[in-house]
Design a binder for this molecule. Structure first.
Ligand SMILES: Nc1ncnc2c1ncn2[C@@H]1O[C@H](COP(=O)(O)OP(=O)(O)OP(=O)(O)O)[C@@H](O)[C@H]1O
Ligand SMILES: [Mg+2]
Length: 312
């Protein structure tokens, strides 16, 4: 406001001066000559002043932009720092204790091996083996999770019929389903194709279907359905298993909460499976959610896009 009035006043002054100079152009009074000179000097000075004002405006604009990018970088750094903290806390809590258990069991076995029968030794070694399996799975999950966090896993999407992936996942998990006599049913039509990364969708299906098998008793049933929704498809993995209370449902998909329970045949887990599913679905701009009733069963839902323009 002030600046504009200063420039307006300067314009008015120049106009007035022009008139005065025009009116007295034949005058040879020294005062008039001095006035002309002063007026020219003043105009030059004002021009310089305007240039400085313009430069300072530009500098302020740049300063504002720099401030904004510093704020943005700071937010990104805070986010990264929180992720790093979570990562280390997982290592500290979830990796340390099973490792400790593994080492204790090993020491125990070495010290007392003479006192045990062959069968007992085999049993202890099997226990060591399954603890090692779990540790390895936890490490693998941690690595996948950290690679996603670091942006190292890139989406490689293409169009494919999702029911083929469901069948492949069933083949992969058939032996654990058979052991529990659990029926696997794929109701997805082979006409439905999605635009997604098949490796990631395969990991998502494997996690959800293996959970369904893990938390369902013998003679249960697992059904995969799909529905076309606005702009995409919704896949549903339904089991007739143990279900979950509302309190437990609230602990799902959260990296800061470690929630894992043994399966109906005492299968152990890492508690990272669903977190990985969520990360991978979000990479596709999709969503994952759950409906469950204790004693009745659980359905996990996830959505995927059908169009390439709808995922980033
Ligand atoms: N279908 C389900 N029915 C009942 N509870 C479930 C089901 N799926 C998940 N849960 C609960 O959510 C927890 C977390 O699941 P998640 O897949 O993240 O880890 P996990 O299965 O324990 O370990 P991992 O996936 O590494 O084997 C499970 O331990 C279980 O308590
Ligand atoms: Mg799981």
């Amino acid at each position: 406001m002030k600046k504009r009035s200063l420039f307006t006043r300067e314009n008015e002054r120049q106009e007035r001066n022009k008139e005065i100079i025009e009116d007295h152009r034949h005058s040879d009074s020294p005062l008039y000559q001095e006035f002309v000179q002063l007026s020219e000097d003043y105009s030059k000075l004002f021009k310089q002043f305007s240039r400085i004002v313009r430069m300072s405006d530009k500098a302020q604009e740049q300063l504002k932009e720099s401030k904004e990018s510093i704020i943005r970088y700071n937010e990104e750094l805070q986010q990264l720092n929180a992720t790093k903290d979570k990562f280390f806390s997982i290592i500290a809590h979830d990796l340390k204790s099973p490792f400790q258990a593994f080492l204790n069991l090993n020491t125990f076995l070495v010290k007392r091996i003479d006192r045990y029968s062959k069968e007992e030794v085999v049993e202890l070694i099997n226990e060591l083996g399954s603890t090692a399996d779990n540790l390895f799975k936890l490490l693998e999950n941690l690595l996948s999770w950290s690679r996603i966090q670091m942006g190292k896993i890139q989406l490689e999407p293409n169009v494919f019929p999702i029911n083929q992936l469901v069948n492949m996942t069933f083949d992969f998990l058939i032996s654990s389903a058979k052991t529990k006599r659990i029926k696997l049913i794929n109701n997805i039509s082979n006409e439905i194709s999605v635009y997604a990364d098949p490796n990631m969708v395969s990991t998502i299906l494997r996690n959800l279907i293996s959970n369904a098998i893990k938390f369902t008793q013998e003679n249960g049933k697992i059904t995969i359905n799909s529905q076309i929704i606005e702009g995409g498809i919704q896949v549903e993995v339904t089991d007739t298993g143990v279900g979950m209370s509302e309190k437990d449902r609230e602990k799902l998909f959260r990296i800061e909460v470690t929630h894992t329970t043994p399966g109906t045949a005492d299968e152990k887990g890492t508690g990272l499976g669903l977190i990985l599913c969520k990360e991978m679905i979000e990479k596709h701009n999709g969503e994952i959610w759950v409906e469950s009733e204790p004693g009745v069963g659980t359905t996990f839902f996830f959505s995927l896009k059908l169009q390439s323009s709808e995922i980033t």
